[in-house]
Design a protein around this ligand. Structure first.
Ligand code: CA
Length: 358
């Protein structure tokens, strides 16, 4: 056969078509279930799971299908990590810090009070050694993880009365779960852990004096501003909280490499996109809230300093007791200290000028 015969349009097209068909047939149909910790009403967060599923399907010619379930549909919202670890579901969307009851080191996956901001979290995970350290930790649970989103720095929440100093925290009943709650308890707050849907009625009947949630876009939907007008910042317990996709390690290892690549790429895209959505949706939400009489306040400096001191005392104490925590904490702290030193040079001075100049 002459070379030009091979290259004639029709025969080359048929040949390529046949190869493509053979290759597509080589790849199996895979159907996974993804259990999310989050309700569909948190559309920016839950939406990242839907985005992941849609992109994975598009990148595999529809052969790798992931069906997403909101919190409570398949497993309870806070049971997602265990469900993935045990292989009840192939993958999940959650936040590591929901599981600090197992080991405080889970918090490095999401956020620690006075820890990394969103940009630093990405830098640590993708290029600063964080992914490797956290994957070693999660491997002991039979789980592989992928950063899958970030809210950016959250708000400090809604207070019925103004907080003028540390003394005003005494006996304050505040909905604040996790490590932030533990630290505020040391400063006199009575922390409460209440699911999203139950916060508004508790605030309304006075069972709560204050609550934190996420930021303007998500908070507005729950209507806290109708009861508590004082809106504090920053949410120092969530300066850059990462949302995460968890995958059952053995199920992952059984995937064809192109499906693994599709999942990895789609997770990275979801990660970028969630922060972009928050950065685009929070500003107009804040404007709407301010038009309704919401009053913004920074937390008093003595509150911030006392909370920061309590936070690092907690980490140092935990490091002495918990080798898994210490191993990650040492590297995380080294990364953060260097990053903060650099960030204040160009980034912070640029932002400060831009945001505050009149
Ligand atoms: Ca929060």
């Amino acid at each position: 056969m002459k070379r030009r015969d091979l290259l004639t349009g029709t025969s080359a097209g048929l040949l390529l078509g046949a190869i493509a068909t053979a290759r597509a047939a080589d790849f199996p149909e895979v159907r996974w279930r993804l259990a999310s910790s989050f309700p569909k009403s948190l559309d920016t967060i839950y939406g990242a799971s839907e985005r992941l599923a849609a992109r994975v399907a598009a990148l595999t010619s529809g052969k790798f299908q992931i069906r997403t379930f909101a919190g409570g549909e398949l497993v309870p919202g806070l049971g997602v990590f265990d469900a993935v670890s045990q292989g009840t579901v192939e993958c999940g969307q959650s936040a590591g810090y929901y599981y600090v009851g197992k080991n405080l080191a889970f918090a490095f996956d999401t956020a620690l009070p006075f820890g990394l901001n969103a940009r630093q979290q990405n830098a640590w995970m993708y290029a600063g050694g964080g992914l490797k350290l956290m994957r070693e930790f999660f491997a002991s649970y039979g789980v592989l993880h992928f950063p899958g989103g970030n809210t950016g720095a959250q708000m400090g929440g809604w207070f019925r009365k103004e907080i003028k100093s540390l003394a005003d925290l005494k006996g304050l009943k505040m909905r604040i779960p996790g490590l932030g709650g533990r630290i505020l308890a040391e400063l006199g707050v009575v922390p409460q852990t209440i699911a999203g849907g139950d916060i508004y009625p508790a605030l309304e009947r006075g069972a709560l004096d204050a609550t934190e949630w996420v930021g303007p876009y998500d908070d507005e939907k729950l209507g806290f501003h109708k009861i508590a007008k004082h809106y504090y910042y920053p949410g120092w317990w969530e300066g850059g909280p990462q949302l995460t996709f968890f995958v059952h390690l053995k199920k992952w290892q059984s995937l064809p490499p192109p499906y693994q690549a599709a999942f990895e790429v789609a997770a990275a895209e979801a990660n970028v996109h969630m922060l972009a959505e928050y950065d685009a949706k929070n500003p107009p939400a804040l404007q709407r809230l301010l038009r309704q009489g919401v009053i913004l306040h920074a937390f008093p400096k003595d509150v911030m300093l006392a909370a920061r001191k309590a936070a690092f005392a907690m980490y140092e104490g935990e490091s002495r007791r918990n080798p898994a925590f210490r191993r990650i904490y040492i590297e995380w702290k080294k990364f953060m200290d260097a990053s903060n030193q650099w960030s204040k040079v160009a980034e912070a001075s640029y932002s400060n000028f831009l945001f505050y100049v009149k």
